[in-house]
Design a protein around this ligand. Structure first.
Ligand code: GDP
Length: 527
């Protein structure tokens, strides 16, 4: 293996997806802790409500004079470099949460054992499964009484359409939590509630090992043995091919807060998760292990501090190696540019990157040259596939208060749309024409308003609209023509694609029934 291949093979780039409060921050901290990236767990980031997130940025800005983001964290563990992409929950949930997933090669779905599959887990899962990436599952908070593991697996199948293979299995739960049994190694990891960081690991010959009778309460053990039998007989067989294609999710049980089951997860994850994979472009598949450097911008983070307007563009390196100061081709602008000071992200620090490889994420200072989806490549001029726009759920008509500021307002709006901060639609067949902003999370409205005022000196008027669903529409040309004439609340997106807006599902389903030859897509991918 060449040095380049070796470097790439040692990398794992993944995202943790979950509903707020499932324990993502906690799990991330424990993972970083294993890697020695932080000294004490509990210091990755503060609470994530809107106000806090904003002031955090500003506070840290002030202290360091740089913009800080916890969008990517990296750590090293057993010869691996692991890059964790953060996908925020709460109010800052937005489209770039989804886009961030395009930079990941696998995902870990974190589920609260008491709550099961929740709304945001479902949304994020959908985006991952659309890409066919492997999805791991960590069922968290076993130190508390949760739902029956079989019931949780069934819920995953019913709500997400994915079958599961438990890599380990809990013995008891809550007050009666004894630990986990690793189905591969047949080791039992014993949970010690009084001292959770001290894990005793026992090798067994299997669930029937008589040794277990001495350690575990008889009725719990009987239940555990029954469950193992049921799993062996009725459960899905272990199938690595299905895991790699995202059809089967390996499931782990644990308690992130007690750091229990986290290492078991990490070890298996490193074994099974893919090394960086390539991406499709207009000139075919771009494989990671090649001499030519390339990457794409998947997220642009604007600075909330009006004193510094700098933005960071996050680039996922898709192929080859980055070296400091290298020249690359900015394909959309047909311009050569020098990548002088990209940064890489540790738990609490940013470093200037000297070299980085396919799979890594680097942050580029962006004076306004980048857009979401831009390709950088050191030689050829292919473009990676377009970033999808996701279905917005909140809509507002937008206009500028002071007509004199019209020009700068339009400029700002264009910039924000290009960055992917908001989606802009134009009403179709409606006079006077109206500009409509669509967002996935309402915080995007606030950010937009703030930035238009601070960066473009434009005060805006936002009038909330009653829609909650947008669908990109395509299909039989005749029927599409009729649809365009008769359907109310149509709009076109930035690229002229037809989009229908609905107040609710009921309204949408009625329309779907009326136009059976048309397809209503949830995103601009139209697939
Ligand atoms: P996030 O919103 O997904 O980042 O969740 P956090 O990591 O902030 O955790 C949400 C809450 O769940 C916090 O109060 C955590 O202390 C708690 N929590 C996280 N993991 C566990 C766990 O394994 N067991 C228990 N009992 N609580 C947990």
């Amino acid at each position: 293996m060449s040095k380049l291949e070796e470097e790439i093979q040692s990398r794992k780039t993944f995202a943790i997806i979950s509903h707020p409060d499932a324990g993502k921050t906690t799990l991330t901290e424990k993972l970083l802790y294993f890697g020695g990236a932080i000294r004490e767990a509990g210091t990755v980031k503060g609470k994530k409500n809107t106000k806090h997130a904003t002031s955090d940025w500003m506070e840290i800005e002030k202290q360091r004079g740089i913009s800080v983001t916890s969008s990517v964290m990296e750590f090293h563990y057993k010869d691996h470099q692991i890059n964790i992409l953060d996908t925020p929950g709460h109010e800052d949930f937005s489209e770039d949460t989804y886009r961030t997933l395009t930079a990941a090669d696998s995902a870990t779905m974190l589920i609260d054992a008491a709550k099961g599959v929740e709304a945001q887990t479902k949304k994020l899962f959908k985006v991952c499964s659309m890409r066919g990436i492997p999805i791991f599952t960590f069922i968290n908070k076993l130190d508390r009484q949760g739902r029956d593991p079989f019931e949780l697996m069934e819920e995953m199948e019913n709500l997400l359409g994915i079958r599961s293979y438990p890599m380990n299995w809990p013995i008891g739960m809550g007050m009666d939590f004894y630990g986990i049994y690793d189905r591969h190694s047949k080791k039992v990891e014993l949970y010690n509630a009084d001292n959770p960081s001290h894990v005793e690991i026992k090798q067994t010959s299997g669930p029937d090992d008589p040794m277990l009778d001495e350690m575990i309460d008889a009725s719990l053990l009987a239940q555990f043995r029954e469950e193992m039998e049921l799993l062996d007989v009725a459960g899905d067989p272990y199938d690595e091919r299905k895991i790699k294609s995202g059809e089967l999710t390996p499931v782990f049980f644990g308690s992130a807060i007690s750091n229990f089951g986290v290492q078991n997860f990490l070890e298996h994850f490193l074994n099974l998760a893919p090394a960086p994979v390539g991406r499709d472009s207009d000139q075919g598949y771009i494989a990671p292990a090649q001499d030519n450097f390339s990457g794409f911008v998947f997220k642009i983070q604007a600075n909330m501090n009006p004193k510094h307007r700098d933005r960071i563009a996050f680039l996922r390196i898709t192929s080859g190696k980055y070296t400091q100061g290298m020249y690359v081709n900015h394909v959309r602008l047909s311009k050569s540019m020098r990548l002088a000071q990209p940064t890489q992200f540790l738990a609490q620090d940013r470093n200037i990157v000297k070299e980085a490889y396919a799979g890594d994420i680097i942050g580029l200072y962006d004076p306004g040259t980048f857009r979401i989806g831009d390709t950088l490549a050191d030689s050829s001029d292919f473009q990676f596939d377009e970033m999808p726009h996701f279905s917005p759920e909140h809509f507002a008509a937008i206009s500028v208060k002071d007509a004199m500021k019209h020009k700068s307002f339009e400029k700002g709006l264009q910039q924000l749309t290009e960055e992917g901060a908001v989606q802009l639609f134009q009403t179709y067949n409606k006079y006077p024409e109206q500009q409509i902003i669509g967002v996935v999370g309402v915080l995007q409205f606030e950010v937009m308003e703030y930035r238009l005022k601070n960066e473009y000196n434009a005060d805006i008027r936002l009038e909330k609209l009653p829609f909650s669903i947008a669908r990109w529409v395509n299909g039989d040309p005749d029927e599409l023509e009729t649809f365009k004439k008769r359907q109310k609340n149509l709009a076109v997106d930035r690229d002229g694609r037809m989009v229908a807006l609905f107040d609710n599902e009921f309204q949408m389903n009625m329309t779907k029934d009326k136009y059976p030859q048309l397809t209503f897509y949830e995103n601009s991918y139209m697939k």
